[in-house]
Design a protein around this ligand. Structure first.
Ligand SMILES: Cc1cc2nc3c(=O)[nH]c(=O)nc-3n(C[C@H](O)[C@H](O)[C@H](O)COP(=O)(O)O)c2cc1C
Length: 186
């Protein structure tokens, strides 16, 4: 391929100092040259409401749909809220899935990184997200898995890795994802 593959990164936290946002930026810094990652916001999307699905839907919905549709792949980086997917990220999935028959997710390769200060690395959010992605026909990388626990302890105040082990793990993950995207798209 003569250009890097275009990957939308969707972060499930809207918080300015989000640890998952830091994680997403760390993954961007480690990505191989075959993929180019771009964080696409989900916080600006009005809550999905079928009444708004008219000939002129909300402009942020249209912009989001066009951006994801144009991408080669999607990387989800998300915290867990009450053992599930944060509402803002679920809303983005819903917005992208409609109008019926025009889902932007269909056959788009993806991977999930979930991060939490807790010990189980937002496993619940990661797998609830997988459930939706099965229905949305998104081929989601199965291995390696990334349940990032103690995410609040992995980076210093400038966003640098505290441990080389974390850097190596995330580098392996993002390389595997680049390989996955290439395989699915070829
Ligand atoms: C509404 C809410 C629900 C939460 N539920 C969980 C949970 O189920 N599991 C968990 O590990 N952390 C949970 N947390 C704690 C988050 O993991 C923590 O706030 C984390 O820093 C959020 O990610 P962020 O730093 O990327 O914003 C919850 C936080 C909020 C605000």
């Amino acid at each position: 391929m003569d250009r890097p593959m275009d990957v939308c990164v969707l972060v499930g936290s809207l918080r300015k100092a989000s640890f998952n946002g830091i994680l997403a930026n760390a993954l961007i810094s480690l990505a191989p040259s075959s993929i180019k990652l771009d964080i696409v916001g989900v916080g600006q999307l009005p809550l999905y409401n079928e009444d708004l699905e008219t000939a002129a839907p909300p402009a942020p919905w249209t912009a989001f749909r066009q951006r994801v549709k144009a991408a080669d792949a999607v990387l989800f980086v998300t915290p867990e809220y009450n053992r599930s997917v944060p509402a803002a990220l679920k809303n983005a999935l819903d917005v992208g899935s409609r109008p019926y028959g025009s889902s932007v997710w269909d056959r788009k390769p993806a991977a999930i990184v979930s991060g939490s200060p807790g010990a189980i690395g937002a496993f619940g959010a990661n797998h609830h997200l997988r459930q939706s992605l099965v229905f949305l026909n998104v081929p989601t990388m199965q291995q390696p898995e990334a349940y990032v626990s103690h995410v609040d302890k992995l980076f210093d105040e400038t966003g640098e890795f505290v441990s080389d082990g974390t850097r190596k793990f995330l580098q392996g993950f993002i390389q595997a994802f680049a390989n996955w995207v290439e395989r699915v798209r070829s």
